[in-house]
Structure formats: structure tokens, C-alpha cells
Design a protein. Structure first.
Length: 431
């Protein structure tokens, strides 16, 4: 019996059923874009630990900086006694984020960042309402789960949810909520926001609009540039804060340091996590000073928030991002990947839509191109086939019919092409 199979038996006995696994292997070691399991099998990683390892697995600089910090101290709690890495990271974040975002607070996960962003928005505005969108994913804690769109599996059995949250259709152009085509539609779907201020909750009682610049778990849904620009304008005109959730899209992933830069707008608050920590648990909220300072002292934070090891790793990850020009590298990955994806669309009828920005690319699979009927079953079969052939890959989408690619931004070109070849072989088999 393989080591993985022995560990799977142990996992089934001791680990809760609700904790999901994509691959049925156990990792032994990982370097850059290659993962080796405990049985010696190697897999090309097109997941980056779900957009975490932008700098690649076991990056030498991050490892070195973490080792140095381990020799000094590992935890003291910033609320008890302050330490330099926390402050230096807040300073660095202010330097690399859009102009006007100046102050930060740190937590452990993307969901925690979202929870704190909502708290900060409500404290600053004195208002209660939050507007979120269909297909959104903002986390699995209570408020974050309420903001998240999908019922199965993220919300099933966990109701009732938080009050004062309004969910509206999003600009999912492949499956347009108003059955029109962009740009002829004139982005009419924005009218849902204006209507919400009349039919659901007034702007005078709405604290914030929160959105992902690209909806991640929802299926890598990329809204038109003017859609987000106009949404930002609506928020500003109605004295409503605009929160950009950059948990999955940040730190070079979409060809800019932050995805919102592709839309040339500046949010009031921004949440970060995943690649932020360079492989270590870390998240944050950054925003305009007057907004970030609204909560009372002690109103935000947490015991482990901004752990010194995570802060040191984050500083190293940002250094790599800048010195290795990883955002530019993401654009190169986009060019190679999207050229192949367009070929897939021409050759395989199961491919309904392809889309991507930077190293955040997706294929939406359908049973019928005209009706756009989601093909969930074959999506799962293709992912399993890829894993069996040495490619670790993920699905997404509210219908479970989207294959998403999130390779490390440091992936070698030949490894990227090899992975795309494996993916094409799997699609061809189940076409």
C-alpha cells in the first residue's frame, strides 16, 4: 500500500468530512512549480495553493528571511508589545497600493480581512447596509459567508445569515443577467445598484459596496473596465464606501501589482491575503487614513494578526514581486495560456468560453454551446485526468463547470507548456 493510501485512511478517521480535498495525494516537498508527493510522484502545480505561492514554492529568499526571524522571536502579539516587521510591512503596503491608501491592519485569513473591512466601513459611515454580488466569494466566516454567493457547499446548513446584506447581479458577460451583449448593453446591469437604493435599502443607510475586481471562486468572471469604473462612481456619488476584495487577485497575479489598477480606480478600502504572506498565514485591510482610524482602539485586530514570521515572509515576497517583475511575468503567462485556450475553443465543442487576465485564466465547459448548459460532471473528470497525468488543477464557478489556472508567476515556460499539453489531452479525452 502506498504511503498516500495509508495517510488517506488516517485522514478519513481523524479529519472532519467537511474539509475538502482536490487531490488524493500527500505532499512531500515542493519547489517553484513542482510538487512531489510522499510516493515520489511529481505534479506540475497550476494552483499555487489557491493563488498563494506567486513567488513559487519554497522560494529561497522567503525561506532565508523566515529562518532568520525564527532565531529572534516567533510570537509576542502586536497588541502586547510592538515589533518592527508589522510596521515595516504596513509602510511597504502603503507604498505599493493605489495612491491614498495609507493605513493597514493585519489578520490571518482573507475571510478575517473581509470581516474587518466591513466593521471598519460601518464604524466610519455609521451605516449598516452592505451591497455584494452574485457569484461572489468573500470567505467562510459568518459575515464573509453571508457575502459569499454560492449556497452549495459554502452556506448549506449554516443559516440564518447576517442581516443588512443586499445581493445584486454582477456583470457576468458570458451569462449576462439582462440577456444582452457588451458593449451594446450600455452596462445596464449597473441599474441594479441604483434600483437597490430604492427597493432594498437607501443609500443613506448603505455603508459599502464590496466586490472582487475579478470574481475568483465564481469562475474568474472579468467585468468590463467601465462597469467597475461606473460602480465606483455610483458609490462615491451616494456616499457609499467602495471595497475592493483583492484576496485572490493581488500581488502581480493579473499583470498589475493589484487587479484594481487594471480598471484605473482607487477603492476606499482594500482587502489582501493569499499571496500577501508569501506562503504564510497573513491578511490585511488597507485604506484611507480617516476610514481606517474610525474604529475605537481595540475594535480591530487579533492575537495572531500580523505574526512576525508572516510579516517577514510578506516583505520578502513583495521584494521578489518588484525585483523579478512578476506582474510583467504574469502578462507573459497570459499570452501563452490564452493563445492555447483560444485553440481549445476552436477544436473542442465542450469549451464554451475562455477568459483570463495575467496568470488568472479559465475555461468554462458546457454541454451545449448555444444554450450554454454547464458541464459539471466532465469538468470533474477532466480535473481527475489531469491529476492522474501529473497536473494539479482546480475547478471554480457557481455551477462547478470552470477550470481555473493559477500557476506560480515564477513558473518556467517549458513547465507551463507541459502543463497546458496535459490539460489539452484531458479535454480532448472528454470532449
Amino acid at each position: 500500500m502506498s504511503v498516500s493510501k495509508e495517510l488517506i485512511k488516517m485522514r478519513e478517521k481523524y479529519v472532519a468530512r467537511g474539509v475538502f480535498n482536490t487531490a488524493l495525494q500527500f505532499v512531500s516537498r515542493a519547489k517553484n512549480a513542482i510538487i512531489e508527493d510522499v510516493d515520489g510522484n511529481k505534479l506540475i502545480d497550476f494552483t499555487s495553493g489557491i493563488a498563494v505561492q506567486n513567488s513559487g514554492h519554497s522560494n529561497d529568499l522567503i525561506t532565508q528571511r523566515v529562518k532568520e526571524q525564527l532565531e529572534k522571536y516567533t510570537h509576542v502579539c502586536f497588541h502586547v508589545i510592538m515589533y518592527e516587521p508589522y510596521v515595516m510591512l504596513a509602510k511597504k503596503l502603503a507604498e505599493i497600493t493605489p495612491e491614498g491608501l495609507e493605513k493597514s491592519m493585519f489578520a490571518n485569513s482573507g475571510a478575517e480581512a473581509v470581516e474587518n473591512a466591513i466593521k471598519i466601513a460601518r464604524a466610519y459611515t455609521g451605516k449598516r447596509g452592505i451591497i455584494t454580488f452574485e457569484n461572489a466569494f468573500h470567505g467562510r466566516t459568518f459575515m464573509a459567508m453571508t457575502l459569499t454567493s454560492s449556497i452549495q457547499p459554502y452556506k448549506k446548513g449554516f443559516s440564518p445569515f447576517m442581516s443588512d446584506v443586499i445581493r445584486l447581479p454582477f456583470a457576468y458577460c458570458y451569462r449576462c443577467p439582462i440577456k444582452k451583449s457588451y458593449p451594446e448593453c450600455g452596462i445596464e446591469c449597473l441599474e441594479f445598484i441604483e434600483r437597490a437604493f430604492v427597493t432594498y435599502i437607501s443609500a443613506d443607510d448603505t455603508a459599502a459596496i464590496i466586490t472582487e475586481p475579478i470574481q475568483g471562486e465564481g469562475g474568474f468572471i472579468i467585468p468590463p473596465k467601465d462597469y467597475l469604473q461606473e460602480m465606483r462612481k455610483i458609490a462615491e456619488e451616494n456616499n457609499v464606501l467602495f471595497i475592493a476584495d483583492e484576496v485572490q487577485t493581488g500581488f502581480g497575479r493579473t499583470g498589475k501589482t493589484f487587479c484594481i489598477e487594471n480598471y484605473e480606480i482607487i477603492p476606499d478600502l482594500m482587502t489582501v491575503a493569499k499571496a500577501f504572506g508569501g506562503g504564510f498565514p497573513l491578511s490585511g485591510v488597507i485604506g484611507k487614513s480617516e476610514i481606517m482610524d474610525a474604529p475605537e482602539i481595540g475594535g480591530i485586530g487579533g492575537t495572531y494578526g500580523g505574526n512576525p514570521i508572516s510579516c517577514v515572509a510578506a516583505l520578502a515576497a513583495i521584494e521578489i514581486l518588484q525585483e523579478k517583475r512578476l506582474a510583467d511575468r504574469a502578462r507573459q503567462i497570459e499570452k501563452i495560456t490564452m493563445e492555447r485556450f483560444e485553440e481549445f475553443k476552436e477544436k473542442y465543442v465542450i469549451v464554451g468560453d475562455v477568459r483570463g487576465m495575467g496568470a488568472m485564466n479559465a475555461i468554462e465547459l458546457v454541454k451545449d454551446r448555444e444554450r450554454k448548459t454547464p458541464e459539471k460532471v466532465k469538468t470533474g473528470e477532466i480535473i481527475r485526468e489531469c491529476i492522474n497525468n501529473g497536473l494539479l488543477i482546480l475547478k471554480a464557478g457557481i455551477y462547478g463547470n470552470v477550470i481555473r489556472l493559477l500557476p506560480p508567476l515564477t513558473i518556467e515556460e517549458e513547465i507551463l507548456i507541459q502543463g497546458l499539453d496535459i490539460l489539452e489531452g484531458a479535454i480532448k479525452k472528454f470532449n
